[in-house]
Design a protein around this ligand. Sequence first.
Ligand SMILES: [Zn+2]
Ligand SMILES: [Zn+2]
Ligand SMILES: [Zn+2]
Length: 294
Amino acid sequence: MLTYNELIELKKKLANEEVTLEYAKESCWKDFQEGARAWHTNDWKKRRSEVLKDKCEICDSKETLTLQHLSHTLKYNDYEREVTKRYTETFIGSNSIVDKFEFSEHVIKDYDYVPIPLCPNCEDNRPNKRVRKLPQYLCAVCRHEFDKPVYKSVEELIAIFYENEDAIEVRDKCFISKDKWKNKLNLSNIKYWFQRNMAKTKDNETIGKEAFLLYLDDNIKYLSFSDTITACKKCAFSYDIKNMELCPKCKEHYKGIQYATCIQCLPEDRRKAALETIEFGKEMHAIHKKLGID
Ligand SMILES: [Zn+2]
Ligand SMILES: [Zn+2]
Ligand SMILES: [Zn+2]
């Protein structure tokens, strides 16, 4: 696992094109085994001890201090998805038209079509299928009764779609992807994923690099402890640490975002009550557990 400084170095090299994306990924992930965590490394332990304050930044207690991260990191795939989405939007902006023939081929090749039954009289797509009564179908719109609904062919649907992408006939998600996901899509969805793929193919390397740089940034920030607070065990337990911010009054202690100030900045009587609540939090938890209402 790379140390904090090695990660910074790697990021610089990747940004300056001194190393390839392939190389950067490999050196970052090579001994990134399942269960191997940053806090097992000496580098992490040493820098943690330098950042850990000598008292809780919420209540001033010196008992069992821990370092709590105020934000959490994303996975590489999350970044890749974000960046791909952005590139897709740009791509669609300048390539809004997809070749009809190419699109038809793609739809037929990669999707199973499960046609929607339509009323033969008015073509409404919601005829009621009756269990006991014949004829089997009753159109909810024109009250026509019939045994054989009509269906639109894929070609007809695509022709309508190319006339008007928002046409009511093409809104049903009647295509099922042939891959393992078996996603149900309509033609608009299929077009989006088709264009997304084209954008991804076109800018594959750029997207990967951008996503990986964001991922490295995230990890560097995490390992830098810049977004952490020292909290005693009780405060870490009593507060949702991710919803803490610096008190605007003293700019020294942390407070929950729902409160106006930190505990220390409260008037004497309320301060005492708040500190007791923290003390109380742990006991309440034990009581709740005992009563089975946890
Ligand atoms: Zn505390
Ligand atoms: Zn009808
Ligand atoms: Zn304060």
